[in-house]
Design a protein around this ligand. Structure first.
Ligand code: PMP
Length: 443
């Protein structure tokens, strides 16, 4: 699997990128990709990589699934664009019907489509405000909801935001029960964060002003931290009692990643609105904001939607992805992949002091690296070295976490056992090599 990156042709493209594209567009790897299939990607120099990033959670159904490619090709020859603002077309309606039926929300649902996760979240917030007549939103530390100005306001990591303020008003931040980081049990983390949540209602904003609470059932950019079920239950209770809308942002954790189509299915309570994107359409730009019909209908006519939202190509891709999940095989595979990675992770946790925590839900797993297990000091440089080592040995991974000290794993669910083990072998070797270079830390 040894690669030479960046190869000459990648180098040339990267140089052109540097001249043509602003530096603010991050890239995790010095590579230029040409093609991909299943769980493998090939760069312009002919290097092949096992993909453990999955386009940042976009490729749960794999790269270029043949049936999705065929659906897009067929649709492209028939109708590429019409705009849902002009009239309607079958793929848009069929997809909304499917999503309304699949959403983990009881009773009638409705769906509005858009082009990106951020737009999907913006729609959820706008609809929640329209439905409640209130303005305030509570979001969490470590949350990531997008890069538009409103969603960047909801996003908590300062390095994403830095010079872009002022941000939108009426967004309040509550601590997230990140038990490992807090150095306490999950129960204790829930108690402490709940106390803080209730304090916000006294110190900063009255409950009667809160339109919505937005939360990722599994925090993504924040470090792949599942929301403790008890915490989600309390948020649900609060929203129900208070007349606020509970928004689940499943942009990264949705569409089969966690072993159920939506992670909320494992949370025992229902959201009022759920946002999905990324893996919904195998890489076509699409997001869906799905919620209780009575709430969704509160946005005024002309207030939601856009020129491209739910374009026919993205819709037929999504319909095919939904069909691919129908028989439950990919969901079973997500659970299996999760079990395999966890098994390997348990060994790393035992043998490699650099590994402080292995966690997640289903096949949405992260490895958190620490300089010292006692202090849990984040090992961010080490993560970059592991990521680089893996790429040089043919495995694409990516960092995550409020402290950028987690390695996130989002391999396509169509990955074969051989590819999975081969990739995990490389990751294991990388962890050992980097741990040794750093002197191992303290057990
Ligand atoms: N919400 C979550 C949970 C995400 O992970 C992301 C993307 N990383 C977004 C929203 C924003 O999605 P997009 O990049 O498509 O705007």
């Amino acid at each position: 699997l040894r690669t030479t990156i960046p190869g000459p042709r990648s180098r040339e493209l990267l140089e052109r990128r540097a001249a043509a594209v602003p530096n603010g567009l991050y890239k995790a790897h010095q590579i230029a990709i040409e093609s991909a299939s299943g769980a493998l990607v090939t760069d312009v120099d002919g290097n092949t990589f096992i993909d453990f990033v999955g386009g940042i959670g976009v490729l749960n159904a794999g790269h270029c699934p043949p049936s999705v490619v065929a659906a897009i090709q067929e649709q492209a020859a028939k109708l590429i664009h019409f705009s849902a603002l002009v009239g309607t077309y079958e793929p848009y309606i069929a997809l909304c019907e499917r999503l309304n039926a699949l959403a983990p929300i009881s009773g009638p649902c409705k769906t509005i489509l858009s082009n990106s996760g951020a737009e999907g979240v913006e729609n959820a917030i706008k609809i929640a405000r329209a439905a409640t007549g209130r303005q305030a939103i509570i979001a969490f530390e470590g949350a990531y909801h997008g890069r538009t100005l409103l969603t960047l306001t909801l996003t908590s990591k300062y390095t994403f935001k830095k010079t872009f303020g002022p941000f939108a008003p009426e967004v309040y931040r509550a601590p997230f029960p990140a038990a490992y980081r807090m150095g306490v049990s999950e129960e204790e983390a829930v108690e402490r964060c709940w106390e803080a949540f209730e304090r916000i209602l006294v110190a900063h904003v009255g409950p009667e002003a809160i339109a919505a609470v937005i939360i990722e059932p599994v925090q993504g950019e924040g470090g792949f931290i599942p929301t403790p079920r008890e915490f989600m239950r309390r948020l649900r209770d609060f929203c129900t009692r208070n007349g606020s809308i509970l928004i689940a942002d499943e942009v990264q954790c949705g569409f089969g990643r966690t072993g159920t189509l939506f992670a909320m299915e494992q949370m025992a309570v229902e959201p009022d609105i759920l946002v999905s994107a990324k893996s919904i359409a195998a890489g076509m730009p699409l997001a869906a904001t799905t919620g209780r019909a009575a709430i969704m209908d509160k946005a005024h006519i002309g207030g939601i939607g856009g020129t491209y939202g739910g374009n026919p190509l993205a819709c037929v891709a999504a319909l095919e992805v939904v069909r691919m999940f129908d028989d439950g095989e990919l969901l079973r595979r997500a659970k299996q992949i999760g079990a395999i990675v966890r098994e390997r992770g348990a060994i790393w946790l035992r043998d490699i002091p650099l590994v402080g925590n292995v966690r997640g839900l289903g096949a949405m797993l992260a490895i958190e690296l620490v300089k010292d297990r006692a202090t849990r000091a984040p090992a961010a440089d080490e993560v970059l070295e592991v990521v680089q080592y893996c790429a040089e040995h043919g495995v694409l991974t990516m960092r995550a976490g409020l402290y950028a000290n987690c390695i996130r794993l989002l391999m396509p669910l169509v990955i074969t056992d051989d590819q999975l083990h081969e990739g995990l072998d490389v990751l294991e070797e990388a962890l050992h090599v980097v741990a040794q270079q750093k002197g191992g830390g303290h057990g």
